[in-house]
Each structure stands twice: as C-alpha cells, then as structure tokens.
Design a protein around this ligand. Structure first.
Ligand code: UDP
Length: 464
C-alpha cells in the first residue's frame, strides 16, 4: 500500500456522538459534519470507525451508522450526568479503552486518525502516536475565538481548554479549518504553521434541503403541515439555545418590530419560531428565553419547537420568510447554508465563518444591537421582491457546498498527511510534545484582549 492510500480512518468524537439528534445539548454542527463525512467516506470504500464516549448504559458497544461506518460507544466515567467540562478528567479512561480496541486489531489496522474538537484531539494525539499514523484535527470551535466575543454575562471557556487546544495544534500533522478566517485564527492565535492548515468548507445535504419545484406551493404546504398561518411573516431561528447563539436578540428585535408595526401584533401576522433545545451555558437558565418572551408580551408570537430531525427541519426552512443567525461566533454556521439551500434568505451576524457561509446571498449585520437587527429584518419583511432575489441567489450559493466536495478535499488532505508522515521510510516524525517556558508571545492576550496570565501561569510556547 502506498502511504497516501488511506483506507481505514479512526474518527474521534469524544464528547458527542454522530448518532445523536443535533440541535440540543452537546449535539450540533459537529455531529452533522462527522456523520456526513463518514457516510461519504464509506460510499468511496473507506472504512470509518468513530470513537465516542458512551453516555447511556442502554447503548450497544458498537452500532452501524451505515455499512462501512461503525460508531464505538467507549465507556469512560459514569454514563450520564457528566458535563462537557467534566470530560478532560475522563480522557485517560477513554484513551485507554481506545488503545485496547486498537490492540485487538492487527498491527497497522488504522491508516489515519481524524479528531474532532480539542477533547478528541488530545485522545487522538495519543492514538496516532501509538498507531504511528498521521493525526488530522478539526477544531470546530476554539476557546480563544469564543472568549474574544462572548455574549454579555456569558462564562468564558476555561484556560485548560485554551492550553489543550494549543497542544493539539502542535501535535497534529494537519489542521482542518472551515474557512480562511478559522485558518488565520489557528495560525495567529494558536501558533499553527501556515502550511499545517488546510481550508476545507463543510457541506450541506442538497437532497434534504431544497426549495421544492414550486417554492411558493412548497412554502404553503409546509406551513400547513407545521400549523403556521398561511399569510404570516415567519422568522426562524434554528440551533442550540444558548447565549452564544443569541436567540434572545431575535426575541427583542421581534418586540421592536411589533412596536413599529402595531397591526402586526394581531394573531397570525408575525411568528418567530425557535427550533432547538438548551445547550452549553444556556443549560444554566433553560427557562430564561421563554421568560424573556413572556415578559416582552410575545407569548403569542414566539413558538418554541423541540429539536427537529432533518426532514422536518427542511420544512421549517422552507416555511420561513427569513432565517436569522445572530450568533456571537460561528466557526461556519451549517444552519445558514441549509436555510439558503432551502431558498430562504438569511440574516446573519457578520462574525466568524458566517460571511463565507452566507456570501452575497443574505444580509450580514455588523453588530448585535437590537435596533440594527430589527432594521435588517423589518426591511426584508417589507420587501418581498428583494426576498425573491435573495432566495434565487441563496439556492445558487448553497449549491457550491456539498458533503461530497468536502470529502474530496479531506481525502486530499489525508493523502498529503500520510505522504508527509512517512518520509523516506521514517515512519514516525511527530513533533515532540515538550513545552518550552516561558512563552515567546502571549497568544491568549492577543486573541481575546483579556489576560489569562494575571493569576495563572504564563502561556507555554509549544516546541516546534
Ligand atoms: N439541527 C438539527 N435540528 C435542530 C436544530 C439544529 O438537526 O432542531 C442541526 C442543523 O441542521 C445544523 C446543526 O444542527 O446542521 C447546527 O450546526 P451549526 O453549524 O449551525 O451550529 P453548531 O451546532 O455547530 O454550533
């Protein structure tokens, strides 16, 4: 086998399983990403084994996602009741189990490790070392980036995560960034080598998310199916309910729009649908969005919908006049592209990967001021012609994203990683994991404007 012939991929998704319903708790875009890429790899005769922490005694040790893709539920710590922030303490147990699973296979079984999120990166690093294969890592989100743009009052990501991410960056053969913005953050904030990072845009399932042959008829049909008034102005939020995603901003903007148009207050005139469940720091006050809604007198206008499976979600996107993505940060924003693929214009915050995801097919709002959001949404609600133009542009723009294209690019990265990992028969050339103190520059302060060095140790500069 040539080094670049990567056939068996071990994927690490420690904190959340691709079998979980996205849109609540720890399950979101990364779960969709891992599942879709794994399916694509299997359709090209690759074997994918996904290692994720077992979160219930009822789970089988392994389950087949599709032929060629196996999800292993790795026992590590108590099944239930662990928060994501508790998981660093379980990484040793998790990795030990994965090592055992690897030892039960013939030598040289896996060709490559692809880890997702920093927790997986730490475990994948060990596995790649043991199996002497390349480590390809996708961050999905980064603490330094998140901490630099927190919602007011939101809790920052811990220093241990920032440090762990920097160590994974140093250990990985290749880093996958969703956008060039993310690549820049990896280089400038985490000290990644510019040639270590590959930009690979995520995809969208164009078979599931589409406008329908007759978009107007499809919208009416879907509204009827979802119990939405046929003539209402429908705003849609899809995603995990937490301060980072700013659904509260939309509720406040809806209030302002209704204050500007008191006649829209009548039943069936304006609906804001919020599809998803609580997550992250949103779990600390899961009732707060509903309380805000009631407090602002919007109980009749705002509809809360539990996390929806793909088919139902496609209906919601088509049923809406506008999909809003007001997040404080998104490494990409799959929801935006899914909405565009469905022919629904998107109003998104101009942060992170959203300008790439939305392109010129939507409207970007440069702030998180309620008045700016009310302006942007109101303007489009009053302008059906503009919405139609954006809708056509949206479908064209989204057609440029597909999981097949994502996987093509990933396979190129896998091949390059594999080639570089076996230079002249020298199988193992991973950088040492020693850290050098003190740091040559304080990357955390540069990233976020807040300093972690005040009470804690200086940032370690990782050995090249
Ligand atoms: N999602 C879903 N059902 C829901 C809400 C969200 O399947 O009720 C999916 C959505 O389709 C998207 C993903 O969750 O694919 C969210 O990804 P995104 O990149 O927008 O945000 P993330 O969760 O990664 O922060």
């Amino acid at each position: 086998m040539r080094p670049e012939d990567v056939r068996r991929v071990a994927m690490f998704s420690v904190h959340t399983s691709p079998l979980e319903q996205p849109g609540t708790g720890d399950a979101g875009g990364m779960n969709v990403y891992v599942a879709e890429v794994a399916k694509q790899l299997a359709s090209r005769d690759h074997e994918v084994e996904i290692f994720t922490r077992a979160t219930s005694a009822a789970l089988p040790p392994s389950a087949e996602l599709v032929p060629g893709v196996t999800v292993h539920h790795v026992p590590a710590g108590p099944f239930e009741g662990l928060a994501k922030n508790d998981l660093p303490g379980q990484l040793c147990a998790f990795s030990a189990e994965v090592m055992r699973a690897g030892a039960a296979r013939p030598e040289g079984w896996f060709d490559l490790v692809h880890s997702h999120y920093w927790l997986s990166g730490l475990s994948g690093w060990l596995a790649a070392d043991r199996w002497q294969v390349p480590l390809v890592h996708s961050m999905h989100t980064m603490a330094l980036v998140k901490n630099a743009s927190l919602a007011e009052g939101d809790t920052p990501e811990p220093y241990g995560r920032e440090l762990g991410e920097a160590q994974v960056v140093a250990a990985a053969d290749r880093l996958i960034a969703n956008t060039s913005d993310e690549a820049t953050a990896l280089v400038e904030l985490y000290g990644a080598g510019p040639h270590q990072v590959d930009v690979v845009p995520p995809g969208v399932d164009l078979d599931v998310f589409g406008p329908g042959a007759d978009p107007t008829a499809a919208q009416q049909r879907d509204r009827a199916a979802l119990g939405l008034p046929a003539a209402a102005r429908v705003l849609l939020f899809v995603g995990r309910i937490q301060p980072l995603k700013a659904p509260d901003l939309l509720v406040r903007a809806a209030r302002e729009i209704l204050d500007r148009h008191p006649d829209w207050q009548q039943p069936g005139q304006l609906v804001l649908a919020v599809v998803g469940g609580p997550s992250g720091t949103g779990l600390e006050h899961p009732e707060s969005l509903a309380q805000l809604t009631t407090g602002l007198g919007l109980a009749d206008q705002v509809r809360f919908v539990p996390p929806a499976a793909r088919g139902e979600l496609a209906r919601w996107y088509r049923a809406a006049d506008l999909v809003a993505v007001p997040s404080y940060n998104e490494s990409f924003g799959l929801v935006a592209v899914e909405a565009l693929a469905s022919g629904t214009p998107v109003v998104a915050a101009a942060v992170g990967g959203l300008p790439t995801a939305v392109g010129s097919a939507g409207v970007l709002v440069p702030s998180h001021a309620v008045a700016d959001w009310a302006d942007a949404l109101e303007r489009l609600l009053l302008d059906p012609l503009r919405r139609e133009v954006l809708s056509r542009r949206a479908v064209r723009h989204a057609a440029g994203f597909s999981w097949a294209a994502t996987t093509d690019r990933l396979l190129e990265v896998y091949a390059a990683a594999s080639r570089r990992h076996h230079p002249a028969g020298n199988v193992h050339n991973r950088a040492p994991n020693a850290v050098t103190w003190p740091p040559s520059h304080d990357i955390s302060a540069r990233a976020s404007g807040y300093s972690t060095s005040g009470g804690g140790p200086a940032w370690p500069r990782l050995a090249e």
